[in-house]
Write a protein that binds this ligand. Structure first.
Ligand code: NAP
Ligand code: ZN
Length: 352
């Protein structure tokens, strides 16, 4: 085992602070990775503060972080995909049962025995898995991704969660060319949703509660921006959307967006607010609309997304911070003051 520096939360109310954790020795199929950058996902905050207690109670201490980019430092004897020195990525999952139908279909995120990067039972060491707010990690090679060489690693890290979480439902929807697509919330997920929907030829409309983000939204690929708190702006678009991706992390009126959908339209939730959302049945009935959800994406699709980003020169817009600013970053995320993803420069851990 290796002792590794990390940032952990000791309870739902404690700030993240320096800690030390154990990483296993590499098995035959493992890759050991020195972590260079780790994105900060709103899920990290939900989890560190035990906001998902009813579905997924947090076990403390917890080390969040599932947007990991790093360099391979050791490979097990049977590793075939990677060699020492490769730049690689790890997202929200580090293992699954490899045998169920979902795993066979490359939909490991739906495997009933999937191991999340943090907060799942650790099959090797006992306790729970620890995420990317740390110096290094050891992962089975089948859950390690190849990174496009042409992209900035700090901006690639968020692709491992925010990227795949928005790419997957947008791809699944079908041919978006010329379709009217809404993205609700311009944060980490939302800004990637805008980039992908734009890349797939949609007419992209951003719904934001932050009027100050309008210029950025247009620069990121939106064709129009609607301030969702302005009733007049909302009214003009009722019944006109084919598809809406809802990335909002907090309670909000989803019916206002269902009303934006045309006949047969769909709103897909990727945001995971702490409290249930109230859906007005009539908003769905009239117009035969549907609401659905989507969870990250499988490993093959994550690799496809990374390759697509390499070909189209797509990365997240990041503000790179040292790990010492993590608690401040969480507070800023809560006030929607993130443009549009924090990416931690993990070299800053060495200063501790
Ligand atoms: P984020 O960067 O904080 O962005 C969320 C955005 O939602 C904010 O920037 C803000 O955009 C909007 N928003 C926040 N509070 C709001 C409110 N009260 N009413 C209306 N809009 C509000 O968060 P993120 O990292 O993108 O994550 C978003 C959500 O997705 C989180 O709940 C996270 O846990 C979840 N998630 C799900 C998956 C999955 O697999 N399904 C994966 C990753 C994350 P504006 O300023 O533009 O309004
Ligand atoms: Zn995430």
């Amino acid at each position: 085992m290796t002792t590794t520096r990390a940032y952990s939360a000791a309870s739902a109310t404690s700030p993240l602070a320096l800690d030390s954790i154990q990483r296993r020795d590499t098995t035959e199929t493992d890759v050991q990775i020195e972590i260079l950058y780790c994105g900060i996902c709103h899920s990290d905050l939900h989890y560190a503060r035990d906001e998902w207690h009813k579905v997924m109670p947090t076990i403390y201490p917890c080390v969040p972080g599932h947007e990991i980019v790093g360099r391979v430092t050791t490979v097990g004897a049977k590793v075939t995909k990677f060699k020492v020195g490769d730049n690689v990525g790890v997202g929200c999952m580090v293992d699954s049962d490899h045998t169920c139908q979902n795993c066979k279909d490359g939909q490991e995120q739906l495997c009933p025995n999937m191991t999340m990067t943090y907060g799942s039972p650790d099959k090797h060491l006992g306790g729970v898995t620890y995420g990317g707010y740390s110096e290094s990690i050891v992962v089975d090679e089948s859950f390690v991704l190849n990174l496009p060489a042409n992209l900035d690693p700090a901006g690639v890290a968020p692709l491992l969660c925010a990227g795949i979480t928005t790419y997957s439902p947008i791809r699944r929807w079908g041919d978006l060319n010329g379709k009217k697509v809404g993205v609700v919330g311009l944060g980490g997920l939302g800004h990637m949703g805008v980039k992908f929907a734009h890349a797939f030829g949609a007419h992209v409309v951003v719904f934001t509660t932050s009027p100050g983000k309008e210029e950025d939204a247009l620069r990121l690929g939106a064709d129009e921006v609607i301030v969702s708190t302005d009733a007049d702006q909302m009214q003009g678009h009722a019944g006109t959307f084919d598809f809406i991706l809802d990335t909002v992390s907090a309670d909000h009126d989803i019916n206002a967006f269902i009303n934006m959908l045309g006949v047969g339209g769909n709103i897909t939730l990727v945001g995971a607010p702490e409290k249930p959302l109230a859906v007005m049945a009539f908003a769905l009935l009239a117009g035969r609309k549907s609401i659905s959800g989507s969870l990250i994406g499988g490993i093959p699709e994550t690799q496809e997304m990374l390759d697509f980003c390499g070909e189209h020169d797509i990365t997240a817009d990041v503000e790179v911070i040292p790990i010492q600013k993590i608690n401040e970053a969480y507070e800023r995320m809560l006030t929607s003051d993130v443009k549009y993803r924090f990416s931690i420069d993990m070299a800053s851990l060495e200063a501790e």
